[in-house]
Design a protein around this ligand. Structure first.
Ligand code: NAP
Length: 267
C-alpha cells in the first residue's frame, strides 16, 4: 500500500459513522436514565431513532431534562418514576412504555447503586438492597418486557453489569456478587429466548466517569489509572455507543455475551 493509500485508509476509519436512525419506529425503556451512564444511553438510542421511556428513581428534574433534550432534537421521550426494587413498579414501567409508544423493543437494565465496604462490614440490609436493585430489578423488568418481545419475535435486553462481575474486587464483594449474577442471568436467558429473536447481553464497564465513581480521587484514582492501559476513565458516551450497537438490528448474532469496555484494564 502506498503512503497516500495508507493516509486515505486512516482518514476513512476516523470518519464518524454515517448518521443512521437504525432504531426508528422502535421503543425503549432505560432504567436509571436520569444521570450517568443511563442518561447517555437514553440520549444515544434516541439519536438512533427510538422513543425512550426515561426511568428515574428520585431525580425527577434530571429525567425531565433528558426527556426534554430528546424531544428538542425531534425525538420522543417521557420521564417515568421507577424504583426497580419493586417488581410491581417494574411491570408498571414496561406497561407505561407499551401504552405510550405502542411497543417495547429494547430494555436497558441500567439502574444501580454501589457499595464500598468490606464483606464483614456489609449489613444484611445493605446486602439485601444491592440484591434488590441489581438482581430483582433486572429480573422484574426483563420478565415484564419479554412477553411483548417474544410475541413480536424481536427484542434486545441489555444489562449494565460491571468489570467487577467478571474479576471481583476487594472491598466490593457484595457489588461484585450481584454484578456476576447479572452476567449469569444474561448467559442463561440468552439460551432460553434466542429462538424467539430476542438477544440478551451484558455490558460490563470498567471505571467510568460518573457520580458513582466520585469517591475515586487523588492517589486512589492514580493507582487505578496505572492499571488501565488507556490511562483514563471511560466516558458514559463510550458505554452508550456500545449499547446502541447491541440494541440495533446489526447485532442480531450477538447474544449471551458479557462485553467489557474497560480501557484494557482486563484483557
Ligand atoms: P449513577 O451516576 O450513580 O446513576 C445511577 C442511576 O440509577 C440514577 O439514574 C439513579 O436514579 C438510578 N437508581 C438508583 N437506585 C435506583 C433504584 N432503586 N431504582 C431505580 N433507579 C435507581 O451511576 P452510573 O455510574 O451511571 O451507573 C449506572 C450503571 O452502571 C449501574 O448499574 C452501575 O452499577 C454500572 N456501572 C457503573 C460503573 C462506573 O464506573 N460508573 C462501572 C461499571 C458498572 P436517580 O438519579 O433518580 O436517583
Amino acid at each position: 500500500m502506498t503512503a497516500a493509500e495508507t493516509r486515505e485508509l486512516a482518514a476513512a476509519t476516523q470518519k464518524p459513522a454515517a448518521a443512521t436512525r437504525e432504531l426508528a419506529g422502535q421503543a425503549a425503556l432505560v432504567t436509571g436514565a436520569s444521570r450517568g451512564i443511563g442518561r447517555a444511553i437514553a440520549l444515544e438510542i434516541a439519536a438512533a431513532g427510538a422513543a425512550v421511556m426515561v426511568a428515574y428513581h428520585r431525580q425527577r428534574e434530571k429525567a425531565e431534562a433528558v426527556a426534554a433534550a430528546i424531544r428538542a432534537s425531534g425525538g420522543e421521550a417521557a420521564p417515568f418514576q421507577l424504583d426497580v426494587r419493586d417488581p410491581a413498579a417494574c411491570e408498571a414501567a414496561v406497561a407505561a412504555t407499551v401504552d405510550r409508544f405502542g411497543r417495547i423493543d429494547v430494555l436497558v437494565n441500567n439502574a444501580g447503586t454501589a457499595l464500598e465496604k468490606l464483606l464483614v462490614d456489609t449489613t444484611p440490609a445493605e446486602w439485601a438492597d444491592l440484591v434488590a436493585v441489581h438482581l430483582t430489578g433486572m429480573y422484574a423488568c426483563t420478565r415484564a418486557a419479554l412477553p411483548h418481545m417474544v410475541a413480536r419475535r424481536y427484542g434486545r435486553i441489555i444489562t449494565i453489569s460491571s468489570i467487577w462481575g467478571i474479576t471481583g474486587a476487594a472491598g466490593e464483594v457484595a457489588y461484585s456478587a450481584v454484578k456476576a449474577g447479572q452476567n449469569g442471568f444474561t448467559r442463561a436467558l440468552a439460551q432460553e429466548v434466542g429462538a424467539f429473536g430476542v438477544t440478551v447481553n451484558a455490558v460490563a464497564p470498567g471505571a467510568i466517569d460518573t457520580e458513582m465513581n466520585s469517591f475515586l480521587q487523588g492517589d486512589d484514582l492514580e493507582e487505578w489509572l496505572r492499571r488501565v492501559p488507556a490511562g483514563r476513565l471511560g466516558t458514559p458516551e463510550e458505554v452508550a455507543a456500545l449499547v446502541r450497537f447491541l440494541a440495533g438490528p446489526r447485532a442480531g448474532f450477538i447474544t449471551g455475551q458479557v462485553i467489557s469496555p474497560n480501557g484494557g484494564a482486563v484483557v
